[in-house]
Ligand binder design. Sequence first.
Ligand code: EPU
Length: 336
Amino acid sequence: MADFHEFYPLRRHNTFGFDARARFAVHVRSEADLTAALADPRADGLPLLVLGGGSNVVLTGDLDALVLLMEIPGYQPEETGDAWLVTAGAGENWNALVNRTIADGMPGLENLALIPGTAGAAPIQNIGAYGVELRERFEGVRAYDRHTGAFVWLDLRACGFGYRDSLFKHAGAGRYIITAVTLSLPKAWQPVLSYGELARELDGRAAPDAATIRDAVVAIRSRKLPDPAQLGNAGSFFKNPLVSAAQRDALLQANPDLVSYAQPDGSYKLAAGWLIDRCGFKGMTDGPVGVYGKQALVLVHHGGGTGAMLLALANRIADAVQARFGVRIEPEPVVL
Ligand code: EPU
């Protein structure tokens, strides 16, 4: 019988640190825990919410839902001809997994060091940083399919990854519950130093190994992104918007210092942090919520605020960016 906690406080289960209660919460430590929770009559008719580290959600109020606190452990490397396949339980801490694979001689995840959250949450938004996205190191997931009541394997193609996007945000939303993630780490490892800031951080170091790159990523992130244990936040709050080449050219003419990145399809990604910064929001506070002083893309919660207050600020920011640059920026976290 699953252990249901009623009116369970979620403050420690979301990195913004917002106070909200779940009608029921269950610690899921195995696939058997998961199926038992779903079969429990108390779950009948209640919406489901799966929480990993809670590092990509905004809780705007109490949830009349069954919250599954994903804590399934597991770490299983397997050697193939040209790659290491590493299967991690959905509840494994992502950064600990990065460190463990590097320590075990399987490089490839170093650019993704220090991203908050769990392994099982990583595919939802196809986490990415410093020139690498999860989809480039990905084999597949094992998931429970609520439509069929069976466990399934979803490979790279099935997961439909895009920039901070996947099947699990669209057709698969509410359908699949990820219980394990399998990464593919090629034995022919190549460092990825394409991200200018990372290359500068490593300047002067010949042929850095994975641990050295990891340390550089950790150094950059620690300088620019607040530690959720110290200050409530969910990393980048907005996605970097994609615009056409024509729109980017027009913006560049009016703003010669615009930061943009050419995409393979000819479009451009704009640095949302730069847009927000230019609108004067960096470092501002609005009661208990605000914009981080070292990175305008990060919204912060100083304590005592609500998800609704944060969303109001986010809307003000998006409106100001739209009014000034004609571009709509969209939130990255899931709003509940
Ligand atoms: N910028 C400003 N002002 C700011 C912030 C940024 O002018 O306040 C400029 C920077 O000078 C830089 C550019 O904007 O030229 C881009 O900034 P940065 O390198 O910090 O990266 P980002 O685009 O803000 C993205 C990801 C991060 C990821 C980094 C590194 C998104 C939404 N964010 O941030 O991901 O760590 O690149 O790869 O794609 C996350 O998703 O939670 C996250 C932290």
